[in-house]
Write a protein that binds this ligand. Structure first.
Ligand code: WTA
Length: 662
């Protein structure tokens, strides 16, 4: 219905890599990529052992490169090896000529910036690590981080890594209830938060939200509060302390010994949405994760030593973990941490940052590109974007119109656009276009990164023949170092197995639909499970339905995605009220408020449609396929497919007739 947004298919425009990018790229030819790729799949153990030596410091070498099983899922890389993520991301650079190099450039919402060198980061991370230890945090304990985009978010992640604690970052846009659920599920001992967050000139009362969550999260014994706005907030004696006071105490040293951990010790838990039930705590471990993020930071973004790299993601999502903190810092890059929003003070904000800091690599999401494209070319044209070489996209399929705008208006027809497909569970880029050597096809993610063995499975559950253009489901055949090792609190990996390894026995199932073309380029077609991708953020329909159903007048609900011009997908909620309840005109708002309270503002429905009944099959299953069509504005029943299993087809007519006009 919305052509502007629909991802394209094989057969469209193709752009060759430019000399401007190629003259400096780490990989110098497609043949070189192919050769390395062959090696990475023919002899993965040798390939990854070499890369692990090149990219990481090892305190003790590993005993075994790889052990794996995709039937009864178990994945282990470099077991027995000892290393430490913070050591690799910080300490190493004190001795490799980067001590005084900018590690982090923090750009505040108010357009002020602050530079932290690797030495500066080292001192801060060590002090915070000592503070955590003083509050009883030990190896294997969980520390929750509920912070806005302040440099302390990065220091907190690294401080945990330094002492072997496991962090779980909770996106600061999530509500108190969502935070509470994650604190309870992870049994966090310490929470690091801020008095307030600041975004687009608006204040987000984080400490107040945290306090509400903490009422029902008794595992948290200490709360460390970063003073972002330094406004007075409630502090509970004996539990709450101020970050700046703690780290500057006289008895806190700016040196902290590294805890050498096993390659397979957990580094972090990150909660993400799935088809069913509550969010899953995806577990990433130490060495494989760091290797994947370091290697992709080098080759996908093509970062050189004097470059400035800017990823616009939030540290609350995997992109922020892998490509603001860990990957760039592992290779000693300069990474921008941006607190604000793309449209404040105006729609030129990103381009202002690019010009002022001389950004060479820029990484953002299609939703941001579409919204900035709509604001007009005068914003990018008012800034000097000539420092850019590589511009990346992540989070959802990028539609050709947005791709072209990105390439021409932001990249001035000479930058490489890297469309990186990956997932929280993958840890690092899985499919991508490598700059300078690979041709670019607007809307295709590209080729597999080293070691990735993708396969598109057709409806017969057979690998679809490449180049037939047959759409199927994207699976991965072989383990890669940065893949998730499991789900937190999942005895015997039962849920891990069910979610990722049961649909296609022996394969990892991504949840995405895809087509492979004759060049091996993979075109992503969106999620096939009940996950909606709103502005590049993954939201489970089950979570939204649970919020709607908690209203006393709601009998049941069904939530689906629909094409949305800016967000990629919007949220469409079908709601059935209990017998005898008259819909109150303000009900939409009340329901939206419930979702905001339980999850956060990003999960609020765009459309709430009160219906008499949901279309169900005789076995009681909701036919979501029909609901998706109606939500997309398709009212011709001929296009709905087989309706014969429905209990009552008139339910569908009623839904079509009462569809709200948008
Ligand atoms: C989608 C974000 C098409 C996909 C890194 C995936 C993409 C989900 C792309 C993971 C892309 C991410 N092209 N689709 N370049 N990148 N996706 O876990 O549906 O927040 O399964 O990780 O985002 O979302 P997640």
């Amino acid at each position: 219905m919305n052509e502007h947004h629909t991802p394209s298919s094989p057969g469209g425009a193709v752009y060759e890599p430019t000399e401007y990018v190629h003259e400096k790229s780490w990989l110098t030819s497609l043949e070189q990529y192919q050769e390395l790729y062959q090696q990475s799949v023919e002899d993965p153990e040798t390939f990854w052992a070499e890369q692990a030596k090149e990219f990481l410091y090892w305190e003790k070498p590993w005993d075994k490169v790889l052990e794996w099983d995709f039937d009864d899922p178990h994945i282990s890389w470099f077991a027995g090896g000892k290393t430490n993520v913070a050591y690799n991301c910080v300490d190493r650079h004190l001795h490799d000529g980067r001590r005084n190099k900018a590690a982090i450039i923090w750009e505040s919402d108010e357009r002020k910036s602050k530079v932290y060198t690797y030495q500066g980061v080292y001192n801060r991370v060590c002090r915070l690590a000592n503070v955590l230890k003083a509050h009883g945090v030990k190896k294997g304990d969980v520390v929750a981080i509920y912070l806005p985009m302040v440099p302390e978010a990065v220091f907190s992640m690294l401080a945990c890594a330094r002492i072997g604690a496991i962090h779980t970052v909770v996106f600061s846009g999530f509500s108190a209830t969502a935070l509470r659920d994650r604190l309870q599920a992870s049994q966090a001992k310490v929470l690091i938060t801020a008095d307030n967050g600041v975004r687009g000139g608006r204040i987000n009362p984080l400490k107040a939200q945290a306090d509400e969550a903490l009422l029902e999260a008794p595992s948290v014994k200490t709360v460390i509060v970063v003073g972002r706005t330094r406004q007075e907030v409630d502090m509970m004696p004996g539990r709450d302390v101020y970050y700046h006071e703690e780290v500057s105490r006289d008895d806190i040293s700016s040196h902290c010994d590294v805890e050498w951990v096993d390659a397979e010790d957990p580094l972090f838990i990150l909660y993400t949405s799935g088809s069913t039930g509550k969010p899953k705590g995806i577990v990433h471990t130490t060495a494989g994760y760091l290797l994947g993020t370091a290697m992709t930071s080098k080759y996908t973004f093509d970062i050189r030593d004097d470059d400035v790299y800017f990823c616009t993601a939030d540290v609350g999502w995997i992109t922020g973990h892998s490509y603001i903190t860990y990957g760039p810092m592992a290779i000693g890059a300069t990474s921008i941490v941006f607190e604000g929003v793309p449209t404040y003070p105006d729609a030129g904000r990103f381009w202002d940052i690019v010009a002022r800091h001389g950004v060479n690599q820029f990484y953002t999401a299609p939703t941001a590109i579409r919204s900035l494209m709509r604001s007009g070319d005068e914003f990018p044209n008012a800034h000097d974007l000539s420092s850019l070489r590589v511009i990346g996209s992540v989070g959802e399929p990028i539609n050709p119109a947005a791709w072209e705008w990105y390439y021409h208006v932001i990249g001035h027809d000479r930058c490489s656009v890297v469309d990186t497909w990956w997932q929280t569970e993958g840890g690092a880029h899985m499919l991508t276009t490598i700059p300078g050597i690979m041709k670019m096809k607007p809307s295709a993610a590209g080729l597999p990164f080293f070691g990735m063995q993708p396969v598109v499975m057709n409806s017969e559950k057979e690998p679809s023949e490449a180049a037939t253009g047959e759409e199927g489901r994207l699976c991965i055949k072989f383990p890669w170092p940065s893949m998730a090792r499991g789900i937190w609190d999942d005895p015997g990996n039962a849920r891990f197995k069910e979610v990722y390894f049961s649909q296609y026995p022996g394969l990892y199932f991504s949840g995405d639909a895809a087509v492979c073309d004759e060049d091996g380029y993979i075109w992503l077609k969106g999620r096939v499970d009940d996950v909606i991708n709103v502005s590049g953020h993954r939201i489970g329909t089950a979570e939204i339905e649970a919020s709607l159903n908690s209203h006393p007048e709601v009998a049941e609900s069904a939530v689906v995605g629909f094409p949305h011009e800016i967000k990629g997908e919007g949220i469409y909620a079908y709601v059935v009220l209990k017998d005898g309840v008259d819909p109150d005109p303000g009900l939409d708002q009340i329901l939206a408020g419930l979702v905001r309270k339980n999850i956060g503002p990003i999960a609020k429905p765009d459309v709430t449609h009160i219906v008499n009944e949901l279309p169900k099959t005789r076995s009681g299953k909701i036919m979501r396929r029909i609901l998706r069509k109606v939500a997309a504005g398709i009212t011709d029943k001929e296009q709905y497919g087989d309706l014969s299993t429905l209990v009552d087809e008139t339910v569908v007519d009623q839904i079509i007739d009462t569809r709200p006009h948008k």
